[in-house]
Design a protein around this ligand. Structure first.
Ligand code: OOG
Ligand code: NI
Length: 461
């Protein structure tokens, strides 16, 4: 029997091989990431593994895919369900970017600590919103919906195997092999000619809409390795002559602990795709949609910590507007140094970040009773704090990554009222509950606190 985590690890590895064949620059990115990680491990030793073992980090990837309808989303949820991945978080990108990005998104990922440690593969999954009148008028909407209704992204055999794997928590070897083959195939770039006129009709609205609804299949948009020093990675990729987007999205490089997520990418590359013109002739064309992204992960923040982070972004925006000549990353760093604690201890004391806590087994007994508060327990050496890694995404960074890789701006008609979508709506569309990331981090933290309390008899029992 091949268990769900083994299926997940195998799927991530095979997808990576496939994407590397399709987009060779991705392989360069993976190689450079590995070199940077090895160098960081060499210079920092055990500290380099504070946010995950080098084994986990080296194998770690996130993918991004885009689908057109709730039915397609339900199906892809079954494929990911087989891999032990659940929808977490709701991201509304329709207004987050300057260009038109008519999607709402979630991320499928493992949710418990042990599963994440085994293999944290996650997929940022976006759903097109044809019903949003700011992007699509009634006529285009109905043509788009009819087009989407007529395609099949996932063969029935794949879905049947997926359901079995989810119900039985794994598959026998032969079925596992078949499942993995079909699952990887479903995300390969199709060689079927693209209907040029239809693609271009959608592209005038949004390049993302064309990528999703302009073709009869789906594909992996990017696959992202994790790196321990993203600033160094950016320098090395640039030195190799690979054109990176202008910035590293997310928190700045600074002297304090890394929190949340920093991401950057190389620009979407032209890939040759067969195009069918209205008169039926097939010509070779090129599309620029897929890119290479890389990320560095930090500590998960509590709701309070996240509110502070969002507030700091607003402060940076204000300062940047007031001083357009200033370097944005310098401004950001200054704001961070002023407002954010520079040590893990202080993040704990202010309740800003998430940790798990373990009793230190060999602490010398000095006759004193342990203090009650977690801050004192950590300070006096009773308890060790291990940061919880941020496993999710950031809407602004996601929008920034979309944005920086779009060819045209598309159009959004703000005379119309948009439709309000939220996590509950998306849960209904998927037919599975979209989980709240904060609740997951809190549960992990509280579980460890309860164990500490029991072990040290803090509750007086
Ligand atoms: C998804 C863009 C967002 C991330 O890492 O924030 C994303 C897409 O391009 O489909 O992948
Ligand atoms: Ni991504």
């Amino acid at each position: 029997m091949i268990s769900q985590w083994q299926l997940r690890a195998a799927f991530a590895a095979r997808l990576s091989d496939m994407y590397g064949r399709e987009v060779p620059a991705y392989t360069t990115l993976v190689d450079v990431s590995r070199e940077v990680n090895e160098d960081v491990l060499r210079t920092q030793g055990a500290d380099a593994e504070r946010l995950g073992s080098i084994g986990r980090v080296t194998a770690e990837r996130h993918g991004a895919i885009r689908v057109g309808t709730p039915q397609e989303l339900q199906q892809v949820a079954r494929v990911f369900g087989a891999l032990g991945m659940h929808p977490v978080g709701f991201y509304d990108l329709r207004e987050a970017a300057a260009s038109a990005v008519p999607v709402v998104s979630t991320a499928f990922r493992p949710i418990d600590g042990e599963e994440l440690a085994r293999n944290p593969f996650r997929v940022f999954t976006s759903l097109l919103t044809p019903a949003d009148p700011r992007f699509f008028d009634a006529d285009l909407r109905s043509r788009l919906e009819a087009f989407l209704a007529g395609r099949e992204l996932f063969p029935p055999e794949l879905l049947a195997l997926a359901d079995r794997a989810e119900a039985e928590r794994g598959l026998p070897e032969e079925d596992a092999e078949r499942f993995l083959r079909l699952a990887v195939q479903a995300f390969e770039l199709s060689t079927e000619p693209v209907d040029k006129a239809w693609y271009e009709t959608l592209e005038r609205i949004s390049a993302v809409a064309a990528d999703i609804g302009g073709v009869r299949s789906t594909h992996i948009n990017h696959l992202t390795p994790r790196v321990l020093d993203i600033d160094e990675l950016y320098r090395r990729m640039t030195a190799r002559g690979i054109e990176m987007i202008d910035t590293i999205q997310g928190p700045p490089a600074w002297k304090g602990p890394d929190v949340l997520l920093r991401q950057t990418s190389f620009r979407a590359l032209a890939e040759s795709r067969a195009m069918r013109s209205p008169d039926g002739t097939v010509l070779s064309g090129a599309l620029r949609v897929r890119f290479g992204e890389v990320e560095a992960r930090g500590i998960a923040l509590t709701r309070e910590g996240r509110a502070l982070y969002d507030h700091l972004l607003t402060l940076v925006d204000q300062q940047a507007a007031a001083r357009p000549e200033a370097d944005r990353s310098d401004l950001t760093r200054a704001v961070w140094e002023q407002h954010l604690p520079a040590t893990e201890q202080e993040l704990i004391a202010r309740g800003l970040a998430c940790f798990t806590y373990q009793v230190v087994p060999d602490r010398p007994r000095d006759g004193n009773r342990p203090p009650a508060g977690i801050v004192d327990l950590v300070e006096q050496g009773w308890v060790r704090a291990e940061p919880i890694v941020y496993e999710d995404f950031l809407p602004r960074s996601a929008a920034g990554i979309f944005q920086s890789n779009l060819s045209g701006e598309g159009s959004r008609n703000n005379d119309h009222e948009g439709i309000a979508y939220d996590a509950e709506w998306l849960s209904g569309a998927i037919g599975r509950e979209v989980l709240d990331p904060f609740a997951l981090y809190e549960q992990q933290q509280n579980h460890s606190l309860a164990q500490v309390a029991r072990a040290l008899e803090l509750d007086g029992t």
